[in-house]
Design a protein around this ligand. Structure first.
Ligand code: NAP
Length: 291
């Protein structure tokens, strides 16, 4: 259950949510509703029109990398962040590693919010592989026409496979290095089982390649593949860094944040304290309207 506010006596929380996912965005929306929380929602800044928290009137948005561990430490200190919740994608392993190291160095509590991965059901024909390179190798013998849903930055990994044809689906156009025979489909989820089934039939897909992203937004392709009897090459998640506290959803993240009120919050802001400027490249560096 979501707390209506953090426990009485808790100083104002300055929470940094590392986002770029629907889960991170929804968490930022929920946090922005709490009267005693100031939330900054952080994006890598790679997508032209990113989905932003709906309660944008209360959430501050920043975009662009921090500049590695040292940059993140500087940011946490200058913005006086009291807690970080990593709501990045399960495959954004560099950012998560930076968050673990940076928060440790700055003495700021960190929580990693990771939705559970997908699990196989009866009728599924999954081939689990440890990496995108392994996914490319696994395609041999699974069919010629490939539905590739691993994101625009991974298309180059499949560029050497001349005997396959690829339907590449991504939110934004992939880079210039592409498989010789391919078609690009620019679409953002959520997708429906009916839509995915029709798409796979229309393009006569033989095999689906996906990362184990988990969640419901993009899971319809798995149901469609099952219904059509198609194999799925499933790329396993990178491991989480050791020692990272992890929860599966925003409800658990809010409870964790509430528990942080037991002393990790630091002193209350002195009267007249100004919010620090945002990181260069921020979409809206000083926006915390309504606060
Ligand atoms: P990554 O490899 O882990 O991160 C690369 C660099 O991008 C990081 O070192 C950091 O730059 C910057 N960065 C990443 N996420 C950031 C954030 N939320 N706020 C500020 N800087 C961030 O990440 P990625 O796999 O390229 O993914 C980039 C973004 O897309 C992530 O935010 C992720 O949530 C989202 N996303 C990724 C996937 C995927 O499949 N990987 C899928 C959907 C959404 P500095 O080193 O300069 O700090």
């Amino acid at each position: 259950m979501r707390p209506a506010h953090l426990r009485p006596g808790c100083v104002t929380r300055r929470v940094l949510v590392l986002g770029g996912t629907a889960d991170g965005r929804l968490l930022a929306e929920r946090l922005a509703e709490l009267p005693d929380v100031r939330v900054t929602y952080s994006l890598a800044g790679r997508v032209t029109a990113p989905a932003l928290p709906q309660a944008a009137g209360a959430a501050r948005i920043r975009a662009g990398g921090f500049g590695g561990v040292d940059g993140l430490v500087d940011y946490l200190r200058s913005a006086r962040i009291t807690a970080v919740i990593d709501g990045t994608h399960p495959f954004a392993a560099v950012m998560t590693g930076t968050a673990v190291a940076g928060c440790r160095a700055a003495g700021v509590p960190l929580l990693v919010m990771r939705r559970p991965g997908w699990t196989e059901s009866a009728g599924d024909r999954w081939h689990r592989v440890p990496s995108l390179d392994a996914a490319a190798r696994a395609l041999d013998g699974l069919g010629e026409r490939v539905f590739l849903t691993t994101g625009r930055s991974s298309a180059a990994v499949f560029a050497g496979l001349d005997r396959h044809w690829f339907l590449l689906r991504s939110v934004e156009a992939p880079g210039p290095v592409l498989p010789a025979r391919s078609e690009i489909l620019l679409e953002r989820g959520p997708f429906t089982v009916e839509g995915e089934t029709a798409l796979m039939r229309r393009y006569q897909v033989d095999v689906v390649v996906t990362k184990d992203s988990g969640g419901t937004l993009t899971a319809a392709k798995l149901s469609a593949a099952r219904a059509l009897g198609l194999p799925v090459v499933m790329v396993d998640r990178p491991p989480l860094p050791a020692g990272a506290a992890t929860v599966p959803d925003s409800g658990a993240a809010l409870r964790w944040l509430d528990a942080q009120c037991d002393g990790a919050g630091g002193p209350p802001d002195p009267p007249g304290t100004q919010d620090p400027p945002g990181t260069p490249g921020s979409a809206d560096p000083l926006a915390w309207p309504g606060r």
